[in-house]
Design a protein around this ligand. Structure first.
Ligand code: KIV
Length: 268
């Protein structure tokens, strides 16, 4: 039996046209990449790693070197899923030249297939320049975490008419600029369904309802590792926090009680 052909960037639009949902999770290291490879369509090295892995409050101080380090590790673990990498704050907003140089570094130094960046109309020229030199770009609209202070927190975007109109214009601008897909984060379900119908590029929702063309979740949230983070949109598919804690307590008890290591774990 031959293995299924790996997904390519141009396939993304075809999957949408065929009505097939796209599956995306974040991934930050080689070990999880090996476990996840081929289970979902796209692995995203999100700048959420700055919160999940590095323990910061926001994504704002993630660096390009940090993103490249994690993305290269993910690439070493995954050969089948498509790999996209977030361009961190200030690595693409200052100038188009900066964006090209930094997105180029991501592709050259990690082996990723494309980059993700936040913003719509304001980023259209940058997206167009990247696509023109062969860098696939995934957009990101709605709650854009790199603008968390401007937005006043991690809250639903698009409830007001002016916000919804801006989202429509932003999506149109990204599509025209050549983006291959777009994340819609914290957008009311009816609006994201409307936006998804209005564009030929796949929308990938997080907290944006079932009408999107695909879904993305942060891996550690989805696995129940990020205790205390329980937004309405999140479904946890495992309770690994409890498993980890139980395992650590069992190990500590066995060491303290002289039960581990046993003979079978010791060398002659
Ligand atoms: O940084 C990230 O993980 C993301 C996803 C939540 C879409 O942008």
């Amino acid at each position: 039996m031959t293995a299924p052909k790996p997904l390519t960037v141009p396939d993304l639009r075809e999957r949408k046209a065929a009505g097939e949902k796209l599956t995306v999770v974040t991934c930050y290291d080689a070990l999880f990449a090996r476990l996840l490879d081929g289970t979902v369509d796209i692995l995203l090295v999100g700048d959420s790693l700055n919160q999940i892995i590095a323990g910061h409050e926001t994504t704002l101080n993630a660096t390009l070197d940090q993103m490249i380090y994690h993305a290269a590790a993910v690439r070493r673990g995954a050969t089948r899923s498509l790999l996209f990498v977030d361009l961190p704050f200030l690595s693409y907003q200052v100038s188009v030249e900066d964006a090209i140089r930094n997105a180029g570094r991501v592709l050259k130094e990690t082996g990723a297939h494309g980059v993700k960046l936040e913003g719509g109309e304001a980023m259209a020229a940058t997206v167009q320049a990247l696509v023109r030199i062969g860098v696939p770009v995934m957009g990101h609209l709605g709650l854009t975490p790199q603008s968390v202070h401007q937005l006043g927190g991690y809250r639903v975007q698009g409830r007001e008419r002016s916000q919804a109109d801006q989202l429509r214009s932003d999506l149109r601008a990204l599509e025209q600029a050549g983006a291959c897909s777009v994340v819609l984060e914290l957008v009311p379900a009816a609006l994201s369904a409307e936006l998804s119908r209005a564009t030929a590029i796949p929308t990938i929702g997080i907290g944006a309802g079932p009408g999107c063309d695909g879904q993305v979740l942060v891996l550690h949230d989805m696995l129940g590792l990020n205790e205390g983070f329980q937004p309405k949109f999140l479904k946890t598919y495992a309770d690994l926090a409890a498993t980890v804690r139980e395992a650590a307590l069992a190990y500590a008890a066995e060491v303290r009680g002289g039960k581990y290591p046993g003979k079978e774990h010791s060398f002659e």
